[in-house]
Design a protein around this ligand. Structure first.
Ligand code: GAL
Length: 390
């Protein structure tokens, strides 16, 4: 049954749709851990099972595996059938997977795009069949065929990344008050994949925060590389970040010139940057002067590095909450209602402003790992100690 029919069915059927707030279950949690309430009343009402296609970009980063599993398990708890696919960071693979979902009779699609501009024709084919589309974490651009967007406040994520860099350098304190350090500090900038709409939001949020300190000489981008396209790392690849950092260190940081901090927008890139630093003579912990490196996603390998005071910070985006929000939106759409949006202005995809639900993120430092990541059940103490998801 397609969405158009759903809307009609929904009008006639009183459906008690409830979804318990997502709780419990770590980032690497399996389907058993999700706690969406079991309520198959929507399928029972129609006598048919709703099919949801879930397209995730890659399995090379644990966050997307966690996202995929959380969305799948929460949808299954509601009695939906789920087709979960990972695109191996390969655009043709993802477009084919989406085509297949449409052919297989999906009633709704939840899509985290590899390239936000590459899916227009597949999604327009879906729209022609009346299949609604929810963009998951990453906006899908240049098409009318996207109905809703669930994500975090991506600009604020960038602000948080830059803020944590300033805290690490001692320019600010964790509570936001002014720190003692005055610099000048040498920093380098990295951005995410240029085909990921989020990457510019992160970079803009970060640069708006750092620019005043660059302008007054507290921060110096010694390489001179401040342009988004110059500092962006296609497909968010760790090895490319390592290579770029290596090049920066050998070209710019010679003699007594040392790098003090690196703005990194994602933990995978951060680990590549840290490896390059270590291969080029930087050692020890940030307390001993190891450069301040930021991050994003609270990946377990980086959380361990933060606990060990090698990486300075990351941004925690609770994928359990994002999955729950996507499932709530899916439920609303499938029952013929408009999903609840809390932002109807920010995310213009080039064709329309996509109604969005934005979640909040937190800065993780060594001193709040316990409270924000362990006590919330995202990672266990053992996982933080080993740096490996169980
Ligand atoms: C972005 C996402 C980040 C990070 C990055 C690399 O789209 O918002 O949280 O996961 O991709 O995977």
């Amino acid at each position: 049954m397609k969405a158009k029919q759903f809307y009609a069915a929904a009008a006639g059927a009183a459906m008690a749709l409830t979804l318990a707030a997502c709780s419990g279950g770590g980032a690497g949690s399996s389907s058993d851990d999700a706690s969406a309430s079991t309520d198959s009343s929507d399928t029972a009402a129609s006598g048919e099972t709703y099919r949801v296609g879930v397209a995730m970009p890659t399995q090379t980063s644990e966050r997307w595996i966690a996202d995929g599993e959380a969305v799948q398990s929460q949808l299954e708890e509601l009695g939906y059938e789920v087709d979960l696919q990972f695109g191996n960071d390969d655009i043709p693979t993802q477009t084919q997977q989406i085509e297949q979902m449409v052919t297989n009779g999906a009633d709704l699609l939840i899509v985290a795009a590899i390239d936000g501009t590459a899916l227009a024709s597949q999604l327009e084919a879906a729209a022609a069949e009346g299949i609604p589309v929810i963009a998951y974490d990453r906006l899908i651009n240049d098409t009318d065929a996207v109905d809703f967007y669930v994500t975090f406040d991506n600009y604020t994520v960038g602000v948080q990344q830059a803020t944590s860099l300033l805290v690490g350098l001692g320019i600010l304190n964790e509570d936001g008050s002014e720190g003692d350090a005055t610099g000048p500090f040498n920093i380098e900038l990295f951005a995410g994949s240029p085909d990921d709409n989020n990457a510019t939001f992160f970079f803009n949020g970060a640069m708006d925060t750092l620019q005043p300190y660059i302008d007054n000489g507290t921060l110096v981008v010694a390489s001179g590389q401040t342009d988004f396209n110059t500092v962006a790392i296609t497909r968010w690849l760790q090895e490319k970040a390592q290579e770029r950092m290596d090049n920066l260190l050998t070209s710019t940081y010679t003699g007594d010139t040392k790098v003090d901090g690196v703005l990194s927008p994602y933990d995978g890139l951060s680990r590549g940057i840290i490896t390059a630093l270590q291969n080029n003579g930087y050692s020890g912990t940030t307390a001993d002067g190891f450069p301040i490196v930021t991050g994003q996603d609270a990946e377990i390998a980086s959380v361990k590095l933060i606990a060990d005071d090698v990486q300075f910070s990351t941004i925690f985006k609770d994928t359990r909450k994002l999955a729950a929000q996507a499932v709530t939106a899916a439920q609303s759409i499938l029952s013929g209602e408009d999903p609840e949006a809390n932002d109807t202005e920010t995310y213009d995809n080039g064709v329309k402003v996509v109604p969005s639900y934005l979640l909040e993120s937190d800065i993780i430092y060594a001193d709040n790992i316990q409270e924000l990541l362990v006590d919330s059940g995202y990672w266990t103490e053992e996982e933080v100690a080993s740096g490996v998801a169980e």
